[in-house]
Design a protein around this ligand. Sequence first.
Ligand code: CDV
Length: 312
Amino acid sequence: MNDNKRSLGLAVAQMGAVNLADTRESVVARLMAMMREAKSRGAEFVVFPELALTTFFPRYWMSEAEAQQRFFEPAMPGPATQPLFDLARELQMGFYLGYAELTPEGQPFNTAILVDRAGKITGKYRKIHLPGHSEHKPEAPFQHLEKKFFEVGDLGFRVFDTDAVRMGMCICNDRRWPETYRVMALQSAEVVVLGYNTPSVNIHWNEPAHLRTSTHLVSLQSAAYQNGIWVAAAAKCGSEDGHHMIGSSVIVAPTGEIVARALSEEDEVICVKADLTLGEFFREHVFNFAKHRRPEHYKLITERTGAGEPVA
Ligand code: CDV
């Protein structure tokens, strides 16, 4: 028995649909209710979804100006979100929140923040792997306009020491890319948190529906194991004005095992006591980076973007 075990009460607050007609205030009330539930179940940190404050608006064709006026936050916290920060301080609860950020210079980003138990923002991440397209696809059942509405994130994959835990963040599509986690694991991340909105239908090819969930899970499980980290992922899911998105919010241990998984496609809190020493075993042995990595043989990863010819 290791008496020096460090642990974190880690919760994921999955959200059911946020429809176009829903106000920021009603969404924040839902987030606050789940924060209270997470606290009552022993959590010290709760993960909310990507673009948690609004419907997943990149599915709708509109101008950038209209999107920014309706769906972006020029300030964080702002009048509608301040109560969430106040509650975090009252409950001594940290959180991750995804939202559409409009900077004072007018730059639009798909952003996530880390907030500590004092209600202070301790970290910010802007989504790097933006999926979808920028042109109108009138033939598609819906749009995926992240490349139109957001700029590529400019903050890199950083980690943050928040309430004595080293945390990294990413957002939705980032979770499918191994580079995302490895860059954070090389900064000794212990936990990576993320939110997602994954439509059940792929507008680019006739993807079998079950693959949307299985590729989501396999990405998170392999990332957790290969980097010796906890991964906690929060969905916004269910049917938003008739557009269905997958659920299956999970918390994955450094063993690669799913230790908690949402059952519903509604607002639902899942919670574990995460043993932060568990990852050390993997990082000291099979994935001892300092001992076994061979970066001199990984050069193509940073030299090439797309696949090309064999190297001589
Ligand atoms: N919001 C996302 O980034 N969604 C992508 C979809 C488009 C595949 C995802 O990876 O889940």
